[in-house]
Design a protein around this ligand. Structure first.
Ligand code: PMP
Length: 409
């Protein structure tokens, strides 16, 4: 035995240690992506990244947003810093309802629940509707973080095939007749990741299928205001066949700033109440001061004029990308020309693997997101998502010249 003097003062007596429980099994349903590690390298300033799905920070209306916060803190600071109702700031809900109504979807403030980004709306809806093993239909490819949310709930996600215009109504019909689906999730306008927009006839067909087969439609629309050409297509929520079963999700992330974490959902009363209860458990309510500032901004500033500025900048960037793609991509590649949003969807020819090529592209100091992880059916290895929003037209040109080097064999 050691003499007492040689025992370090900070030593603790050894007690038996039982390992703490492992993380919940629901985490096993949600994979982490190896692509994320490669993309972490693209944070280097020398990399021209077409990977992020970010709005351009230089276009944030910093002065207008600062003025809105200052005004709120001047006029009603104690209210703005206090707890508040789960449903959300009445002024903000009234302003959002007016915007939706002006765009052809009659909406009252009480039809809306303010959420902490539209991402939270997805979580709340999943909590409210999806049983473990319940069937969720999605467009294939699909927005990744929606797949994560459904995965956490233990949903059985069933992909519905798409073409260049989005979901195929015949395929939806066939799948919905054999699966008892809880909901269909889709981004009908300027989809993430493909930039595709679902035409009106197909929206009507989706609404009719939901009515016929009895499933909810979750219509996620964070990009609809970012239209550069063509005409607005009415929301699925405005099709009468599915008015009682469509939830519309909106967001301030792409039109104001994502750091505000403000979104909303518009849902029939029963489901909205269920989401309110789910939200109480999640975060009580969305930040009071952020909601008040957004409401103030909508009152004092001209959001539509601001969005018009963003639209013309993004249109120019999209056009620069479309102009540079033919020279950058290997012969036989295909891509779309989206009328809005943030993304162009590229399919490289047979034999090219966008995931395998990413480290080579990063070596040339350019990045993109491989398309494969967005698929829940059979992935297309040649698919890639290119975002055109965060670089100037000149940087996009340069980035595409670098990208071209990645395909040299
Ligand atoms: N849905 C889609 C289709 C998205 O692309 C995003 C964000 N990129 C979200 C929802 C989440 O947006 P928010 O910032 O409003 O949570």
């Amino acid at each position: 035995m050691l003499p007492a003097a040689s025992v370090p003062a900070n030593a603790t007596p050894s007690t038996p240690s039982v390992p703490a429980p492992a993380t919940a099994s629901r985490l096993a349903n949600v994979g982490s992506s190896p692509v994320r590690e490669i993309l972490a390298l693209t944070a280097r300033p020398e990399v021209i990244s077409f990977a992020g799905g970010l709005p351009a920070p230089e276009l944030f209306d910093v002065d207008g947003i600062r003025a809105a916060y200052e005004q709120v803190l001047k006029d009603a600071p104690r209210q703005a810093l206090q707890y508040s109702t789960t449903e959300g700031d009445p002024g903000l809900r009234t302003a959002v309802a007016a915007r939706l109504t002006a765009r052809g979807l009659p909406t009252e403030a009480d039809d809306l629940l303010v959420t902490t980004g539209s991402q939270q709306a997805l979580t709340l809806l999943t909590t409210a509707l999806v049983e473990p093993g319940g069937v969720v239909l999605v467009e294939d490819p699909c927005y990744l973080a929606a797949l994560q949310s459904f995965g956490f709930a233990g949903a059985r996600v069933v992909p519905v095939p798409t073409d260049d215009q989005g979901i195929l109504p015949e395929a939806l019909e066939e799948i919905a007749s054999r699966e008892r689906a809880t909901l269909l999730y889709l981004v009908p306008t300027f989809q993430n990741p493909t930039g595709r927009t679902l035409p009106d006839e197909r929206r009507a067909a989706v609404a009719a299928a939901a009515a016929r087969h009895g499933f909810w439609i979750v219509e996620d629309d964070p990009y609809g205001e970012l239209r550069y050409d063509g005409e607005r297509v009415p929301w699925i929520a405005s099709h009468p066949a599915a008015a009682d079963r469509t939830v519309l999700l909106g967001s301030f992330s792409k039109v104001m700033a994502p750091g505000l974490r403000l979104g909303f959902l518009r849902a029939p009363a029963g489901l909205r109440r269920a989401c309110v209860i789910a939200k109480q458990a999640a975060d009580l309510h969305t930040s009071t001061i952020d909601q008040a500032a957004a409401a103030r901004y909508l009152q004092d500033s001209d959001l539509d004029a601001h969005v018009a500025v963003m639209r013309s900048a993004y249109r120019e960037r999209r056009d620069a990308m479309l102009e540079g793609l033919p020279a950058a991509l290997p012969e036989g590649s295909r891509w779309n020309s989206p009328e809005g949003g943030m993304f162009i969807w590229v399919t490289l020819p047979e034999g090219y693997d966008a995931t395998a090529l990413l480290p080579i592209a990063v070596g040339h100091e350019v990045a993109y997101v491989p398309g494969a992880p967005f698929f829940c059916g059979e992935p297309d290895p040649g698919a890639m998502r290119l975002s055109f929003t965060t670089h100037s037209a000149d940087e996009i040109k340069e980035g595409l010249q670098r990208l071209a080097k990645s395909f040299v064999r």
